[in-house]
Ligand binder design. Structure first.
Ligand SMILES: Cc1cc2nc3c(=O)[nH]c(=O)nc-3n(C[C@H](O)[C@H](O)[C@H](O)COP(=O)(O)OP(=O)(O)OC[C@H]3O[C@@H](n4cnc5c(N)ncnc54)[C@H](O)[C@@H]3O)c2cc1C
Length: 439
């Protein structure tokens, strides 16, 4: 029997959520996960699997048994000709991506960072950008999940299709996923082209930019009309890499994007009235650059400056109105915002609780430095996003609850029905889940 260790205080990356679990477990197999679930039930404790703690919400918090997945890592099996790979749920993306690369495979799309576990990333609907591409959960074609009664289920589109559909973006509400089967694509390179521009010009040409590039996104510097656009184009591996010189990569990614940016934010927190001028300078420091490297190296970057984030998924056709509404908040609201706004796009998918379910989507993410108050700014943005049928990222800060989330997800009740069936006693519940799914 796996011994449950005494719990110690746990906190997430952003410092927005903490937990004081009664016990902590580090299972190294599906059988040990079953064992943990049974012990928790016997002791009347709730259970919560946790990934890398990179959600800003309390989605991973528990006062019962915290299940760390750090011993469930690695690739279990690969069918390379079909591009199918079975991986352990706790595998962090920064280990998974090179492991897939070694097999000549890659995930079709990725987000901004690679610190998350694969199971944590899919549980909250993590996504990247690209009008023809979908979020990470879309690549999941099979899950092995341990339910509240200790039973183990291997499900996919044919076997237990409802449990499978719900388990792709599950918020950790259904059980503990121990293995995932991923549909990968052949490994590919990305040619990255980053250049400064204006928000006005970008919004005028938005459809051409979004549809004319495999992976388009832009960062808008609040209090200015300036943006940094990123256009990533997919290339076959045979095209050959052309990476940035090492000094340039360190200058941009380590010094400017992290160390100097931390200083900029500290100054902004101390002298908020300087922020508009600081942003004017910051937006000019990041100059144009082009390079080509392995897809996962281009998609992911290092984020050391701690911030708070809210991100809303809105129908793509509402993108301009939402960004214009946000600009009005920035111009008129008296907020001081040293962090850029990030704007991304993905294709519609059919994952039940995916924020892109059933509609081509624009993601608008607002950030605030952790030493500055994010609440008035986020609340004002949330009103704009809600007016455009926005769906909040499950892992990022928001103020929505079950009854006003339900109408925006066509399969919300299907998800709740699966939850009622597989976890009637709410072994996997926590306060966040009670708010967004009900008790
Ligand atoms: C700096 C930073 C950058 C980010 N960039 C992006 C981005 O580009 N795009 C984007 O969409 N999001 C982004 N995020 C959000 C992040 O991807 C999600 O919050 C993700 O869920 C974090 O994964 P994690 O492994 O840390 O999971 P955690 O936050 O630890 O857990 C998240 C949820 O997953 C559940 N879970 C974990 N493992 C399992 C399992 N085995 N079975 C069942 N449930 C499980 C947990 O119970 C919890 O409900 C970013 C976050 C940060 C801090």
């Amino acid at each position: 029997m796996l011994r449950l260790e005494a719990g110690t205080t746990w906190g997430n990356w952003a410092g927005t959520a903490t937990a004081d679990p009664v016990a902590v477990a580090h299972p190294s197999s599906t059988d040990e996960v079953v064992d943990v679930v049974r012990q928790a039930r016997e002791r009347g404790l709730t259970v919560k699997p946790v990934g890398s703690g990179h959600s800003f919400t309390g989605v991973a918090v528990t006062d019962g048994v915290l299940v760390m997945l750090d011993r469930l890592r690695g690739v279990v099996a690969a069918d390379v000709p079909r591009g199918r790979v079975r991986v352990l749920a706790g595998t962090p993306l920064h280990q998974l991506n090179p492991a897939l690369g070694a097999l000549g495979l890659a995930l079709p799309n990725l987000g901004d960072i690679d610190r998350q576990t694969i199971s944590g990333a899919i549980a909250t609907g993590t996504h990247g950008t690209g009008a023809r591409f979908r979020g990470l959960a879309d690549a999941v074609v099979g899950t092995r999940i341990v339910l509240a009664d200790g039973s183990v289920h291997d499900c996919d589109v044919e076997t237990e299709p409802d449990l499978f559909a719900a388990s792709r973006v599950s918020l950790g509400a259904l059980g503990i996923i121990t293995e995932l089967t991923l549909q990968c694509v052949p490994a590919f390179l990305l040619h990255a082209r980053e250049e400064p521009g204006t928000l006005t010009g970008t919004l005028d040409a938005l459809d051409d930019l979004v549809d004319g590039t495999d992976h388009f996104e832009f960062y808008w510097f609040p209090h200015t009309d300036r943006v940094l656009t990123k256009r990533n184009t997919r290339l076959p591996v045979e095209a050959g890499e052309n990476p940035l010189p090492r000094w340039r990569a360190r200058l941009d990614d380590d010094l400017l994007s992290n160390r100097l940016f931390e200083v900029v934010n500290r100054v902004s927190a101390a002298r908020p009235q300087w922020v508009p001028r600081i942003n004017g300078v910051s937006s000019r420091v990041l100059s144009s650059r082009e390079f080509t490297a392995a897809s996962y190296e281009v998609f992911a970057s290092q984020r050391d400056v701690v911030f708070r984030e809210m991100e809303y998924a809105v129908p793509r056709e509402a993108a301009r109105d939402v960004i214009t509404g946000l600009r009005r908040i920035v111009d008129e609201g008296g907020h001081r915002l040293p962090f850029p706004v990030e704007v991304r796009f993905t294709a519609a998918d059919d994952v039940w609780l995916s924020t892109a379910h059933g509609r081509d989507t624009c993601y608008v993410a607002v950030h605030q430095y952790h030493r500055m108050d994010h609440r008035p700014y986020f609340a004002a943005f949330e009103d704009v996003a809600r007016a455009h049928d926005g769906r909040p990222h499950w892992g990022k800060l928001h103020g929505r609850a079950r009854d006003d989330l339900r109408p925006t997800y066509p399969c919300f009740d299907d998800f709740l029905a699966v939850r009622d069936r597989v976890d009637p006693d709410r072994l996997f519940a926590n306060d966040y889940l009670v708010r967004v799914l009900g008790d």
